[in-house]
Structure formats: C-alpha cells, structure tokens
Design a protein around this ligand. Structure first.
Ligand code: ADP
Length: 173
C-alpha cells in the first residue's frame, strides 16, 4: 500500500527548515503533499500563489512531492486526498504546546488520521518564517535562510508591499 502524507503550513515564506522537514518526509512516505493553508485571518507577506510557486520551485527535485492549497478543516482535507498522516516539524519547547493541542484536536475530529512529528535539524532550530519576514522587511540578508528559488519571490513581495503606502502617500499629497 502506498503511504501518502500531507505537510500543512503557512509557508510565508518557505524556509530551509521547512525544506529539511520535506526532504526527511520524502524518505518516510511514498508521496507527500505540501498543503499551503489559506487563512483569511492572517495577512501574509506572500500570496497563496507565490507560496505555492516558491514551494514548487524549491521541491522540483523530489519526484514524490506535490504542492496544493487548502482552506477549512485540515483533517477534512487529509481525508479528501486519502492521507492518513499529517507531518509537522518541531523546534524548541515553544512549538510543543501548540502542536500538542492541534494533534489532540485533529485526532478527536478524525481518529484515522495521525500526526507525525519530525524534530528540527540543529542548524535550523532557530529558523522560522516570521524571523525571515522580519529580517527581509528590515532590509537584512535573508538569502541564506530560504531555498534559492524563494529569494526573488520574497523580493517581489517586498516590493509590492512597499509600493502600496508610497502610492497612498503621493495621492494625499
Ligand atoms: P503554521 O502557521 O501552520 O505553523 P509554518 O509554515 O510556520 O505554518 O510551519 C509549518 C510546520 O513546519 C510547523 O509544524 C512548524 O513547526 C514546522 N517548522 C517551521 N520551521 C521549522 C524548522 N526550522 N524546523 C523544523 N520544523 C519547522
């Protein structure tokens, strides 16, 4: 039987930490779907399409990886694609509380879908999308924190973001 897993997340933007989890998951499962969560409550730096593009380009060398987006309940999405496993990454203890709660709720909603946790690699234990966004917005070099194809996509998103207030300012004199 083929083992299919999904790796859900915001991926705003994808980082080398995400890529490491993806690579390790490809050894554990026959197929992996990276599922970009569309959450209207969050205001992301990258659009859903940019995040999908960034992940597709960064994982093109893995034949058993696909990228998709989902909205609504994660376990419903897992069921709809026939996945029995949800892959998540764990960094420091700060991740544990949230991931523990999510895993418990998801199991209550769907007892046939299990969560699988991969411990971060030491080199990426400090790395998060929010850190990358912070460095990028403040003009720092984020190119060593994300997969290479992600760099121009983040740069484009930053530029688009910078243009909006500038236009508003010029309209109001
Ligand atoms: P979410 O908003 O769902 O937490 P993220 O894109 O921030 O989405 O993270 C997706 C998953 O990847 C989470 O399980 C997170 O803990 C994990 N993750 C993020 N960064 C790293 C990292 N550097 N090492 C290991 N796992 C990570």
């Amino acid at each position: 039987m083929k083992m299919l897993a999904i790796y859900p997340g915001s991926f705003d933007p994808p980082t080398l930490g995400h890529l490491d989890v993806i690579e390790r998951a490809t050894h554990l499962f026959d197929r992996l779907i990276i599922a970009v969560g569309v959450n209207s409550a969050k205001r992301p730096l990258l659009t859903t399409d940019q995040r999908i593009e960034a992940l597709r380009l960064s994982t093109a060398h893995f034949p058993n990886v696909e990228v998709a987006s989902f909205s609504g309940l994660l376990v419903e999405y897992a069921r709809s694609v026939g996945a029995k496993s949800i892959v998540r990454g764990l960094r420091a203890t700060a991740d544990f509380e949230y991931e523990f709660q999510m895993a418990m709720i998801n199991r209550r909603l769907a007892s046939d879908v299990d969560s699988v946790f991969l411990m971060t690699r030491w080199d990426y234990s400090y790395l998060s999308s929010s850190m990358v966004r912070e460095v990028a917005v403040l003009g720092g070099d984020y190119s060593t924190l994300v997969p290479e194809p992600v760099v121009p996509i983040v740069a484009a998103a930053l530029e688009a973001r910078d243009h909006i207030p500038a236009m508003e300012t010029s309209q109001h004199g």
